[in-house]
Design a protein around this ligand. Structure first.
Ligand code: 2NL
Length: 360
C-alpha cells in the first residue's frame, strides 16, 4: 500500500470514528487545516519536478477532494443523528401551565370595556361618536345649555373653575359631556345622531361620588323625532347592554334646564338574595335622565326650533358598569390597584360584539 493510500485509510477511519461535530472538526483540522497532513502534502507539489508533479498532482488533489467529501457526508449524518436523538428525548409537557406574556397579562379597565360596549350598541343603531375637550368655556358648558345666570352648578362649590384668564374668562372642567353635543350641533347640519362618552368633573367625593367620573350622552336632532323614538332607543339600549330579552321602563317627570319636558328613567329589577338582576322582579332602579331638547338650546346652536326638534339623554358610565358587573364600590375604579384590575378587568380579546353577545 502506498503512503497516500495509507494516509487516506487512516483519515477515513478517523472520520468514521468521529462521534460528534467537535471530533469531526478535529479530524478536518488535522487533515485539511493549514498544517494538516493533506495540506502538507499539497505543499510538496511546489518543489517537485514537472514530471513528478504531473504524476503526484492528481493523486494528492484527488485525496484532498475525497477527504473533504467524506467529512461533509459525515457531518450531515451527525447532524441528522443529533436531531433524531433530540426528537426522541424531548417531549412537550402539555400539563405545564401556559406562561402569560405581557399582552395577555394586561387587563382592560371596566370603564373602557363598558365604553366599548356602549359604542358598539349605539353604533349599531346608526349613531356616530363625538369627543371634545375636558376644559370647557362657560358658554359650551352652561350658557348654550340654557343654565340661568344664578344656577347652583355655576357656583365654585359644585364645579371646578380655573382662575380667570387675561380676557377675564373663567374656564371650567366640564360637568357633563353636553358641551360636545353643543359643538356637534354648531358644526353639523341635522339630521344629527351622536353619542358623546367621556370624562366629567364635579366637586363631589364620597362612597358613590368621585371628583372625576364618566358620562355618556346621546342626542338626536331632526325635523320629527319625538318621545316615542327616545323611549324605543333607550329600551333597545337597556336590553342590549344588560343582555336581557325584555325590560320594563318607567319615565318619571323631572327637570333639567336643557330639556323640556324632562324625565328620569328607571328600569325594572329584582333585588332578591342581595343580588340585582335586570328585566325581572318588581323593583325599580334609576339609570338615566332624558328629555326633548329645550327650544332655547336649539336656538343657541343656530337652529330654528320651529323647524328642528329632538331628544337627548345622559347617564353615568361608572354607575352602569358597577350595576352590570356587580362592583360594590366606586372608589377603586380610580385607585390603579392591579389586584382590583385583575379581578374586575377584562382580557384584551374580550371584545364586545353584537353577533356573539357582549359577554361571550
Ligand atoms: C343625567 C341627565 C341628561 C341631557 C343629559 C342634553 C344635551 C343637549 C341638549 C339637551 Cl346638547 N340635553 N343632555 C339631557 C337630559 C338629561 O343627563 O342624569 N345625566 C347623568
Amino acid at each position: 500500500m502506498s503512503d497516500l493510500q495509507g494516509l487516506e485509510s487512516t483519515i477515513t477511519s478517523a472520520i468514521a470514528a468521529a462521534e460528534d461535530e467537535a471530533a469531526l472538526e478535529a479530524v478536518r483540522v488535522s487533515a485539511l487545516g493549514k498544517k494538516g497532513s493533506v495540506s502538507e502534502l499539497l505543499k510538496t507539489l511546489g518543489s517537485m519536478s514537472p514530471d513528478e508533479r504531473r504524476e503526484q498532482g492528481p493523486l494528492i488533489n484527488g485525496l484532498r477532494d475525497r477527504v473533504a467529501a467524506a467529512i461533509a457526508a459525515r457531518k450531515t449524518a451527525l447532524t441528522e443523528a443529533a436531531l433524531t436523538a433530540r426528537l426522541a428525548s424531548e417531549r412537550i409537557d402539555v400539563t405545564l401551565p401556559v406562561q402569560e406574556g405581557p399582552e395577555t397579562r394586561g387587563r382592560i379597565h371596566p370603564i373602557s370595556q363598558v365604553m366599548d360596549e356602549l359604542t358598539a350598541i349605539f353604533a349599531d343603531m346608526g349613531f356616530s361618536i363625538a369627543e371634545g375637550p375636558d376644559i370647557e368655556t362657560d358658554f359650551y358648558n352652561f350658557t348654550a345649555l340654557n343654565f340661568p345666570e344664578g344656577h347652583p352648578a355655576r357656583e365654585m362649590h359644585d364645579t371646578f373653575f380655573f382662575a380667570p384668564d387675561a380676557a377675564g374668562e373663567r374656564k371650567v372642567l366640564r360637568t357633563h359631556t353636553s358641551p360636545v353635543q353643543i359643538r356637534t350641533m354648531l358644526a353639523e347640519k341635522p339630521p344629527i345622531r351622536v353619542i358623546c362618552p367621556g370624562r366629567t368633573y364635579r366637586c363631589d367625593s364620597d362612597q358613590t361620588h368621585t371628583p372625576m367620573f364618566h358620562q355618556v350622552e346621546g342626542l338626536v336632532i331632526d325635523k320629527s323625532s319625538h318621545l316615542g323614538h327616545l323611549k324605543w332607543i333607550l329600551e333597545e339600549f337597556c336590553k342590549a347592554f344588560f343582555e336581557v330579552e325584555s325590560v320594563k321602563m318607567r319615565f318619571r317627570p323631572s327637570f333639567f334646564p336643557f330639556t323640556e319636558p324632562s324625565a328620569e328613567v328607571d328600569i325594572q329589577c329584582s333585588r332578591k338574595g342581595g343580588e340585582i338582576r335586570f328585566g325581572e322582579g318588581e323593583d325599580w332602579l334609576e339609570i338615566l335622565g332624558c328629555g326633548m331638547v329645550h327650544p332655547n338650546v336649539i336656538r343657541n346652536c343656530g337652529l330654528d326650533p320651529d323647524e328642528y326638534q329632538g331628544f337627548a339623554w345622559g347617564m353615568g358610565i361608572d354607575r352602569i358598569a358597577m350595576l352590570k358587573y356587580g362592583m360594590p364600590d366606586l372608589r377603586p375604579f380610580f385607585e390603579a390597584d392591579v389586584r382590583w384590575l385583575n379581578h374586575y378587568g377584562f382580557r384584551p380579546l374580550d371584545l364586545p360584539t353584537l353577533a356573539g353577545g357582549l359577554s361571550s
